[in-house]
Design a protein around this ligand. Structure first.
Ligand SMILES: *Cc1c(COP(=O)(O)O)cnc(C)c1O
Length: 804
């Protein structure tokens, strides 16, 4: 633990600033002020970091390595200060120097090294692993450019490069001494050693240097510091002569140049598989190197190491670990396979077929010849072993190699000892449908681990007003044990507490309204309902259904201007994958509807639509504490879990939900009376699919209110809308509305009417908000991680308990 007085801190800060810049901190830019503060904090915690590393090496404790193609950590300053217990010392010290912590914190860039939920989950998990006192480390890619920066021009999404490293990154440490070589291409020749054993020799490979950049992951006030290791691709030292042309040098740089801005469709792109192998191989090599320092027998590998793969992007760890054990360490196939399976576990994140990763065999074969041989052999043995047990038909459906492709999920399942889904419904669907054949083969591999969020970032830091209120009312223990938020329930009828909850919410809404005014020039009334949908733009998430509701509400207000209902501000934040044409059309539609509604004098501020640009973690931290309604309206059976639903409920927003993903578990926690549930169930959706009885045109023809709304897309009612209106209309009518929006339209409107009624009853509303906050503890990633540790990784806390 770091003990420092604010006087000491001030002296250090002033001195360090001058040492770095040779001028006074007051003359520094916000970024410089941040950078020096970050460097100073890093200096303070380095000793703890070193101690943690030494301790686990000495005790030879089991380590888990969390492999993820994406990490979406958000700004780290406040989180580090908070977890180190330095927030108030630093805030006070800065204030005495005439600086404001909140302002200085904005000098940090928000590294967008992930697309959305999957990357954010990885970062919440890193925080919880450290805070639970576990030894667990992240392994990923240090992208030179993060997810694109989004701008709207004329309502259309424009993508700009996100050069987040322009001014360096204070938290990372480049560790050249830990670099490894990753090999691509070439060919494999089998040779005999003196004893006559065959072994593979790799020829003419392209060697790439993988250099790690390490960032400590600070546990919540427990002195535990784990490591997030992100790899960067470089030309190996002394081999510059092998990369003579610009093109050859570029090929190396490309590997860690950009994050793929598409989190659900994977077109066959060579570069992507290169990225995947690059960080998988580098990570496994560095784990092997660590294990060898322990001087233990190979059979103990799974007792010392757990490797977890976040989705299938790192699934090549299976053949890579095999390769090293076989070719470099000389183990037998049987020994190596036993170790591999016992070490690796896998999380599946999707049920969308189009998001299941598959790669062309030829591509893998030419890019990774030895890896491909190993995959072939895994596949051959799998089939040979399973046919007598399950017959040919079922067995071949589970093959890794099928129709000229490598099926990454099949590789991950066969090569691991645990497969988990991310919410109960999702896991059930995996077992009953998507991965049914595997479930028959390996019933014991399957388990559910419902996602979670860290309350530290999403309440303690994002919502200090609520944090203070909670501390006052239920004491501070909830911070280390979020289940204690339940204590709040005792105050559900306490008028004074309910009033305070409302005041906190109002203050957060004012804070966001000021941002909207500043950034978008739109005035919004902080007493209106803030109705929030923030997530990637995807057809299955149904932002379009939200738009249909807005248009209907607009029509109702046009018809009956003196109708009384509370004002609403519809808030959207969403990026669309650059190649996802339909999603980009929806963005344009939302912006066009915003123009229509916001500028219609007759609306008298009854409805406003705000679409924030460049949604990411920092904006989420601003929007979520200000939300009244959380839109979680995906078609049932499509959203694996969702985590914005959890963040929003924890901040007292009421969920408008379909029975999908973790919404079902939220419903279980808060009950019908504290949530707005509508729409088709998963079973109903399935039965429509099976019976082919869905006809969207009939719904359109039979529902005048709906018809009027849909016609607005094509009759020029929405200014500035071009082809996208017709295309969206066609998707709903001509192409039979793949996501059943029209079917759910009526029940959605009805649920929205209940929101209006309830919001007018302030006490009722505040009580519902309170119940949501109180029940959000079970969605803490701390508990999710405890279950991963106990049931999958078999890992025990090295620090007995987080101290608050
Ligand atoms: C939590 C989070 C997500 C995930 O949102 P879902 O609604 O669960 O898809 C995406 N992006 C950011 C920045 C987040 O913080």
């Amino acid at each position: 633990m770091i003990a420092i007085t604010s006087k000491q801190f001030k002296d250090d800060y002033v001195k360090m600033f001058e040492q770095v810049y040779a001028y006074n901190y007051q003359e520094g830019t916000r970024r410089e002020q941040f950078e020096v503060l970050g460097s100073l904090i890093k200096k303070y915690y380095m000793k703890d970091w070193k101690k943690t590393i030494e301790a686990y090496k000495e005790n030879k404790e089991k380590q888990v390595y969390y492999f993820s193609m994406e990490f979406l950590p958000g700004r780290m300053l406040k989180s580090n200060l908070w977890n180190l217990g330095l927030t108030s010392v630093v805030a006070t010290g800065l204030a005495e120097l005439g600086l404001d912590l909140d302002e200085v914190a904005e000098g940090e860039v928000d590294p967008a090294l992930g697309n959305g939920g999957l990357g954010r989950l990885a970062s919440c998990f890193m925080d919880s692993i450290a805070s639970n006192g576990l030894s667990g480390h992240g392994n990923g890619i240090r992208y030179r450019y993060g997810l694109f920066k989004q701008k709207f021009i004329d309502g259309y999404q424009i993508e700009l490069p996100e050069n987040w490293l322009r001014n360096g990154n204070v938290w990372e440490v480049r560790k050249e001494n830990k670099a490894v070589i990753v090999r691509f291409g070439g060919n494999v020749v089998m040779e005999q050693d003196e004893a006559g054993n065959l072994y593979p020799r790799y020829e003419h490979t392209r060697n790439i240097l993988a250099v790690p950049y390490d960032t400590p992951q600070v546990g919540f006030r427990n002195g535990n510091m784990n490591n997030l290791r992100l790899w960067s691709a470089e030309i190996p030292y002394g081999e510059e002569y092998l990369f003579r042309t610009e093109e050859e040098r570029d090929e190396v740089k490309q590997i860690t140049e950009v994050l793929y801005p598409d989190d659900s469709n994977y077109e066959g792109r060579r570069l992507r598989i290169k990225q995947e192998y690059f960080f998988s191989s580098a990570g496994v090599q560095s784990i092997i190197r660590y294990f060898k320092t322990l001087e233990e027998d190979w059979s103990l590998f799974p007792d010392k190491i757990a490797i977890h793969i976040n989705d299938t992007h790192p699934a090549l760890v299976v053949p890579e670990l095999m390769r090293i054990l076989l070719d470099e360490e000389g183990l037998s196939w049987e020994q190596a396979w036993e170790i591999t399976k016992k070490t690796i576990s896998y999380t599946n994140h999707t049920i969308l077929q189009e998001a299941m990763e598959r790669w062309n065999i030829e591509m893998i074969q030419s890019l990774l010849p030895r890896i491909y041989q190993i995959i072939e052999e895994i596949n051959r043995r799998h089939i040979e072993k399973k046919i007598p047990l399950y017959g040919e038909e079922l067995t071949y459906r589970t093959a890794i190699l099928q129709d000229g492709q490598v099926h990454m999920a099949n590789l991950a399942i066969i090569g691991s000892h645990s497969v988990n889904g991310v919410a109960r419904l999702h896991t059930d669907i995996l077992m009953e449908q998507t991965l049914r054949d595997f479930y028959i083969m390996y019933p014991n591999k399957f388990n559910n681990k419902t996602n979670g969020i860290t309350h530290r970032r999403w309440i303690h830091i994002a919502n200090p007003g609520l944090t203070r209120l909670l501390d006052d009312v239920i004491g501070e223990e909830w911070k280390s044990n979020p289940d204690e938020l339940k204590l709040l329930k005792a105050f559900a009828n306490d008028k004074e507490i309910l009033k305070r909850i409302e005041e906190v919410k109002l203050a957060n809404k004012k804070r966001f309204a000021a941002y909207v005014k500043e950034e978008k020039g739109i005035e919004i009334d902080p007493t209106a309902i803030f109705d929030v949908q923030i997530k990637r733009l995807h057809a299955y998430k149904r932002q379009l259904l939200n738009v249909l509701h807005i248009l209907d509400r607009y029509n109702q207000l046009k018809d009956q201007p003196d109708m009384t209902m509370p004002k609403r501000v519809f808030i959207f934040g969403a990026k669309a994958a650059p190649s996802y044409h339909y999603a980009k059309q929806i963005i344009k539609l939302i912006n066009a509807v915003a123009e229509l509604v916001n500028n219609d004098q007759e609306m008298k501020d009854q409805i406003k639509v705000v679409f924030v640009e460049n949604y990411g973690v920092s904006l989420a931290e601003l929007i979520i504490p200000a939300a009244d309604v959380s839109e979680q309206i995906s078609l049932a059976g499509k959203e694996a879990s969702g985590t914005s639903n959890m963040k929003l409920m924890a901040n007292g927003a009421l969920t408008m939900a379909t029975m999908d993903g973790a919404n079902i578990e939220i419903h279980e926690a808060v009950g019908n009376e504290n949530m707005y549930v509508f729409g088709l169930s998963n079973e109903e959706v399935q039965s429509y699919y099976e019976n082919h009885t869905y006809h969207s045109r009939n719904l359109y023809e039979g529902n005048p209110r709906l018809k009027r709304v849909l016609n607005m897309l094509i009759d020029g009612s929405i200014p500035g809308l071009h082809d996208e209106g017709q295309d969206i209309f066609d998707s709903l009518i001509k192409f039979n509305d793949e996501y059943f929006l029209l079917k759910d339209f009526d029940s959605y409107l009805q649920a929205q009417r209940h929101v209006d009624q309830d919001y007018l009853d302030r006490e009722k509303w505040n009580k519902m908000a309170l119940m949501n906050i109180a029940q959000s503890g079970r969605f803490s990633a701390d508990y999710t991680i405890q279950r991963y540790a106990e049931e999958i990784w078999l890992l025990h806390p090295r620090v007995a308990e987080a101290k608050s």
